[in-house]
Design a protein around this ligand. Structure first.
Ligand code: FAD
Ligand code: SF4
Length: 482
């Protein structure tokens, strides 16, 4: 459909079909690490943005955890003002090229869009990505230089979305900001977890470079709680500390045989591929035995989809998702599930591992599986899986990847006893301000909420930054209840 020269009436807009984002062909992309979604062209973007009904009370905005002014940016896209649209998004979201690619829009803005009730919502995520990419690739990103220096120093611990969002708002407020990152690369899960074919690393790097240009200092290989401490940061002259250290400790299923060679946590599997380039033929950290073999991934979230689709790209002959509940209960984004299926991933639903079996010298060979059915709802409200009597069988596998969630890394709890922790090891912090139980220390993102989403981590980083700004002005800090 061609783009009308004049914006159609609201009645006519309802007849414009949703424009789907072009993708690499599934048979081709299942064997490469290039980005799957190719993004809208300018014509596609304008036509899609014209579908917006410009609601007086835009439900889409209520659905966005950081309140992006969606109807305003869509109007600008519809009239072809793409750089201005990017500026409007960035008032509320400093990482639109990331969020446009990885946010679960179907549960957020697009799920709340009024058009979702009668058919297809506006493709808000794809449009967000389009304007952010347009701004970056045309060199139109404006680096907003900080206001007058306040002379105050703030330490941000962790360079994932929570840390990056906090650092952005803190430097804009005129503080000197230093980000301490435990790994040798910056970006947190955006870099070591989410694969290149979903979120190219250069996009995250561009965001980090923009922060560097604004004056943020980044120190890598710096582990707070180990190579330095919160006390040491205050002694060095930092007036406030924000902890955005994520939840990077993998959970396991704890079934027999999980220590066999060939069983990986999803963290290790994805980190080797993403950060240590294990997909390259001469990598120092190869993933042994994937090419031509059967890879079983246990879990139903984004991490499981990323691991199984990575296994396909590493040449697995069979890449299988095994999930103990049903498909409608999978926490993964709908798009990731659809993409995995199109690429040839097999799904074994209502199936749980009982034990892993291996050779005498410790190599994984089989998994014993239990068929499940759905029973009564559990505390999460989802119907819980119940074993079917006698439904046990064995499946030969060569590699298993466990993707059943993450806990908080115990390092902080062990070495920073001045903070309050929950029984799951997450840091206790006030939901709206991010204030912890220690004066001058804030926390946000997965280290507080447990494994969640990029946009929620960013929202927490921004709220904490606002509270830090207030504290540095007033000196008032009310500690979070332990
Ligand atoms: P992180 O991104 O985990 O960043 C924390 C950073 O702190 C890391 O770089 C870590 O190395 C560093 N750090 C840890 N301890 C220390 C220390 N002691 N000192 C210094 N630095 C430290 N969410 C979505 O919205 N959409 C998706 O599609 C999606 N896909 C995902 C796929 C995978 C494989 C995974 C694992 C998660 C995915 N998520 C997704 C969830 C999302 O990535 C996280 O919720 C988000 O990254 C949390 O941000 P964060 O800043 O709190 O933590
Ligand atoms: Fe446009 Fe949907 Fe938002 Fe209404 S709810 S303003 S139609 S995107």
């Amino acid at each position: 459909m061609t783009v009308p020269s004049v914006r159609p009436s609201k009645k006519e807009r309802r007849h414009i079909p949703r424009t789907h984002v072009p993708e690499q062909d599934p048979a081709t992309r299942a064997h490469n690490f290039e980005e799957v979604n190719l993004g809208f062209t300018a014509e596609m973007a304008r036509l899609e943005a014209m579908r917006c009904l410009e609601c007086k009370v835009p439900k889409c905005v209520d659905g966005c955890p950081v309140g992006v002014r969606i109807e305003e940016f869509l109007s600008l896209v519809a009239e072809g003002s793409y750089a201005e649209a990017a500026r409007v998004i960035k008032l509320d979201n400093s990482l639109p090229a990331v969020c446009g690619r990885v946010c679960p829009q179907e549960n957020q803005c697009e799920g709340a869009c009024i058009l979702a009730k009668t058919g297809d919502s506006v493709a808000i995520g794809a449009l967000e990505r389009f304007v952010a990419d347009f701004e970056r690739t045309n060199g139109l990103s404006r680096v907003e230089m900080p206001a007058v220096s306040t002379g105050k120093r703030v330490a941000v611990v962790g360079s994932g979305p929570a840390g990056l969002a906090a650092a952005t708002d803190l430097i804009k407020a005129g503080h000197a900001v230093t980000v301490f990152e435990a790994l040798h690369e910056l970006g947190g899960v955006l870099v070591y977890g989410i694969p290149e074919f979903r979120l190219p690393k250069q996009i995250v790097q561009a965001e980090i470079q923009a922060l560097e240009k604004m004056g943020v200092e980044f120190i890598t290989n710096a582990v707070v709680g180990q190579t330095t401490t919160i006390d040491a940061l205050f002694d060095e002259g930092f007036s406030a500390v924000f902890l955005g250290v994520g939840a990077g400790l993998p959970k396991f299923t704890n079934v027999e045989g999980e220590n066999l060679v060939g069983v990986y946590s999803a963290n290790e599997f994805l980190t080797r591929v993403n950060l240590m380039r294990a997909y390259r033929p001469k990598s120092d950290t190869p993933i042994i035995g994937v090419a031509g073999k059967t890879v079983a991934v246990f879990g139903g979230g984004n991490t499981a989809m990323d691991a199984v689709r990575t296994a396909m790209r590493l040449g697995a002959a069979r890449a299988v998702i095994l999930y103990r509940r049903a498909e409608e209960q999978m926490p993964a984004r709908v798009e990731e599930i659809a993409h995995a299926k199109a690429e040839g991933v097999e799904f074994k639903l209502l199936t749980a591992p009982v034990s892993f079996g291996g050779t005498d010298d410790g190599w994984l060979r089989t998994v014993e599986l239990q068929e499940m059915e759905l029973g009564e709802p559990d505390e999460s409200g989802r119907r819980s899986p119940v074993p079917i009597e006698g439904g046990i069988y064995e499946m030969p596998i060569d590699v298993a990847v466990i993707a059943v969630g993450n806990n908080a890394n115990p390092l902080l709890r062990r070495n920073e006893p001045s903070l309050g922790y929950t029984r799951w090891g997450t840091v206790i912090a006030d939901e709206t301000s991010g204030r912890t139980s220690r004066t001058g220390v804030w926390a946000g993102g997965d280290i507080v909420s447990g494994g969640a989403t990029v946009i929620l981590a960013m929202g927490a980083g921004r709220r904490a930054a606002a509270d830090i700004n207030r504290y540095l002005e007033t000196g008032v800090f009310e500690v979070a209840a332990e």
